[in-house]
Design a protein around this ligand. Structure first.
Ligand code: PGA
Length: 236
């Protein structure tokens, strides 16, 4: 069964979350994971929904105002965190912290969902593979092989996020297999690769034709519960 991660980003009010949680807790989807804003994490955990943090601190516990540590996430029963989302790389210089964040998560036994993906110019200049491989190498620095198997990669071309533009199925399939082969050849592990970028309830049937994708990271569509549910029901 494919993994589906709904990344809410900075959306939804407390009352909308109550409605959302009530709706999905009835569904009992074991393959669907929710990444709400931090104030709502416990609400998802308490209702036995698979819960993902949108980010994690690169530091251990201590004087880091505003941060949430991997051990705090673990202490409330969270096992997954997104790392290196392109929005954090753009607005918070996260390129510099991805490796430390991955290490903090792995130290606590959590699973990092590492986002990688090229910019529009890198796609146009045919530098997209190099860019993604660089991001993988940076994220995987100094990590022992037996821990890497709990890493999930989300391939999200930056030009596709929130734009409605989706690469052709062939292009997605090509990159997913490039990523899997690269990680296998250079790190000796087989990892899961998700696709993300403008996935919705309308284009999911076509994306489902892709052979090697292990799931989807869904942004905008995941905050509309009916549309997200329609998407989920169309995924094998
Ligand atoms: P989108 O976002 O589905 O709104 O394009 C995906 C993501 O940023 O993870």
């Amino acid at each position: 069964m494919k993994l589906i991660v709904g990344n809410h980003k900075m959306n939804l009010s407390a009352s909308e979350i109550v409605e959302y949680v009530n709706y999905f807790k009835e569904k009992n989807y074991s393959n669907v994971f929710f990444a709400p804003s931090n104030p709502y994490l416990m609400k998802f955990v308490d209702n036995n929904l698979n819960t993902v943090s949108q980010d994690v601190s690169p530091f251990n516990n201590g004087a880091y105002t505003g941060d949430v540590s991997a051990s705090q996430l673990k202490s409330i029963g969270i096992n997954y965190s997104i790392v290196g989302h392109s929005e954090r790389r753009e607005y918070y210089q996260d390129d510099n912290f991805v490796n430390a964040k991955v290490i903090r998560l792995l130290e606590q036994g959590l699973n990092p969902i590492i986002c990688v993906g090229e910019k529009k110019e890198e796609r146009e200049n045919n530098r997209y593979k190099e860019r993604v491989f660089e991001e993988i190498d940076e994220a995987f620095k100094n990590i022992v092989k037996n821990l890497l198997s709990s890493v999930i990669i989300a391939y999200e071309p930056i030009w596709s996020i929130g734009t409605g533009l989706v690469p052709s199925n062939d292009k997605i399939e090509e990159m997913v297999s490039e990523i899997k082969n690269y990680v296998h050849a250079n790190y000796g592990v087989d990892i899961k690769v998700l696709y993300g970028g403008s996935v919705n309830n309308k284009n999911i049937e076509s994306l489902e034709q892709i052979k090697n994708v292990d799931g989807y990271l869904v942004g905008g569509c995941s905050i509309k519960m009916n549309e997200f549910n329609e998407l989920i029901e169309k995924v094998q």
